[in-house]
Design a protein around this ligand. Sequence first.
Ligand SMILES: [Zn+2]
Ligand SMILES: [Zn+2]
Length: 244
Amino acid sequence: MRTPGRILLRAAPALLAAVLALDIALMLRSPSLWMLPAVLAGWYAADLMSGVVHMYMDYRPCPPLPGLNAMFFYEGARDSEEYIALRDETFASLGPFERLVYDFKNHHPRPDALGRRSLRITTEPTVLFTTLPFALGANMLAGALALAGIATPGWAIAGMIAFVLGATFAQYFHGSLHREDVPWLVRAMRRARLLMRPEDHVAHHDTLTRDFSTINGWSNPPLNLIFRTLRQKGRLRDEGLIPR
Ligand SMILES: [Zn+2]
Ligand SMILES: [Zn+2]
């Protein structure tokens, strides 16, 4: 069914691509060597964002719905009519954000399910709810500055584009850590260490207490420190990891 929400979801990536194409044109009007460190900083910020969101979603408790617990521990086939009816009934009472929270818990016992999801499924919600609003906001800010006579330098636009691209594909990159057949571009970026390798992600699944960042892992050392500090303060408790 083509509900307005679904139409927006489908249209968002094309709109984001158009905004980024415009930004690339603006960026190329004032190229400089500073664009290289800015791109790396943007890529780092996207990795950090992937880790912060992942840490929060892993430990945020699900609403106390018996259906979520039953889905999490369901032992039969997940393509059975019984499971699909349970899932549809349970999800009907949840908003899109709470479904996403459940998805993060569900990823730990069944990691390969994320790897089977398409590029479209893993990117559309991120684009609609986060990276498209962010890119539009950044462009409006640049527009307001331009009206005040302040031009945004090319390196700042380059860093923003790198951040938006990294954040947009964060869940796709995470999913690619859980599948064998990945595109050549992902393999090349892994060799260049711009993306992490599956072996870099094992410690997260073994412990659930470290290495939450899933793009290249550059931000994992500081984020692991933040995680340990929050745990010592009694935040991010184990109860949040499993639907009750
Ligand atoms: Zn996790
Ligand atoms: Zn994973």
